[in-house]
Design a protein around this ligand. Structure first.
Ligand SMILES: *Cc1c(COP(=O)(O)O)cnc(C)c1O
Length: 388
């Protein structure tokens, strides 16, 4: 496609030149319904006017100063996120993987304060936490590891949604410092754990003095109908990572901490040149303003329930469909057979989706979609499934 760009992605041959809410427009003027939001990023849809205005005004005033000086927009954003999450403080980076790296470093530091020589973090099978060396090691997908060994030490893998295997580790391993999981696995195929899973993890962490780290990079920022997905479970983690929906396309990642986890980093322990700069924080503050104005968590909950019930009604009894699952506007339809071709078939119908874990159609539409757009997503996908 272009030899000057490394071929790390198998790209669809289309160029989008503008966007408008849930729609993307290509260079020939075709309109596509975006049911993927740039991988869960543009929560408010494309070209949101309030976010665009905030970015533009900030670009005129000041883009970057570095973390050597106070950044009022960063402080405001931190206070707002603390109040939305129940966490105490946070570190700003530029991506999901960086947020997860930060949480991993805090967990290791926690172990060293306890004089552990091999601080160990429990992670889940089919998890996804990013592509840096530590986060790809934490990721539970062999394809992500392959070719990059030696992996980082200090991780123990258990099946997702299985409290017993963790209880066994607790009885036998005295170097564990934390459990690190997604509240709903995204790349792993929209895997929703039992309602008792997160409360169970919280109890095990409390009993063993471990940190509970929840990766909300994909599930956070109102995506599932609560600001953070763990808020469906009435628990508080010790560390939370988030990124995707927070800047509506401006890169930002955050690691939020609470209690003892919030007191570990001292000056010099961690850093980021770009992290939390005036531009990304102006964008994220504007996103939170829009979330409030549009009552976006409620919108995600309502439209998500609508979308799910439409799929359930239309696909009931279809033996090509194994399960329809998810929360809010983080939805997956697992088919009985691999369906990678469905991405291209939907694209030909001008609908953008993707397929994860070989057989799961993944939907992460903008949280602002209306009912007519939801109906169009349902009609197109159900027709493709019926023809498959
Ligand atoms: C996307 C994702 C990441 C990695 O985020 P990047 O911004 O691509 O580094 C980490 N964790 C989860 C759950 C994700 O979905």
């Amino acid at each position: 496609m272009n030899d000057a760009v490394m071929p790390t992605y198998g790209r669809t041959d289309v160029q989008f030149v503008s966007g408008e809410g849930a729609w993307l427009i290509d260079d020939a003027g075709n309109r596509y319904l975006d049911a993927l939001s740039g991988l869960g990023v543009v929560a408010l849809g494309h070209a949101n006017p309030a976010v665009a205005a905030a970015i533009s005004a900030q670009a005129d005033a000041l883009l970057h100063t570095s973390n050597l000086y106070r950044i009022p927009l960063q402080e405001t954003l931190a206070e707002r996120l603390a109040s939305l999450s129940g966490m105490d403080n946070m570190f700003f980076g530029n991506s999901g993987a960086e947020a997860c790296e930060c949480a991993i470093k805090i967990a290791r530091l926690y172990g060293h304060t306890k004089q552990f020589t091999d601080p160990t973090i429990i992670v889940a099978e089919s998890a996804f936490h990013g592509r840096t060396m530590a986060t790809l090691t934490a990721t539970g997908n062999r394809k992500v590891h392959a070719g990059f060994e030696p992996l980082v030490s200090g991780f123990l893998r258990v099946p997702f949604n299985d409290l017993d295997s963790i209880a066994k580790i607790a009885a036998n391993n005295n170097q564990v410092v934390a459990i690190f999981v997604e509240p709903i696995q995204g790349e792993g195929g929209i895997q929703v754990p039992d309602p008792e899973y997160l409360p169970g993890l919280r109890r095990i962490c409390d009993a063993n003095d471990w940190l509970l780290i929840i990766d909300e990079v994909q599930s956070g920022n109102a995506r599932t109908g609560e600001f953070f997905c763990y808020q469906h479970s009435n628990i508080l983690p010790d560390l939370v990572t988030t990124a995707k929906g927070l800047g509506n396309g401006v890169p930002i990642g955050v690691c939020l901490a609470r209690g003892k986890a919030a007191e570990l980093f001292k000056p010099g322990n961690h850093g980021s040149t770009f992290g939390g700069n005036p531009l990304s924080c102006a964008a994220a503050n504007a996103v939170l303003d829009e979330f409030e104005r549009l009552d976006i968590t409620k919108q995600a909950k309502t439209m998500g329930a609508y979308l799910k019930s439409c799929f359930e009604a239309k696909l009931a009894g279809d033996n090509r469909v194994k399960e329809i699952r998810g929360k809010g506007l983080m939805l997956g339809i697992e088919l009985a057979h691999p369906c990678p071709q469905m991405v291209q078939q939907a694209f030909e119908q001008k609908l953008l989706i993707n397929v994860t874990a070989d057989s799961v159609i993944r939907l992460l539409p903008p949280l602002i979609i209306n009912q007519a757009e939801a109906d169009q997503i349902v009609d197109t996908i159900c027709a493709l499934i019926t023809q498959s």
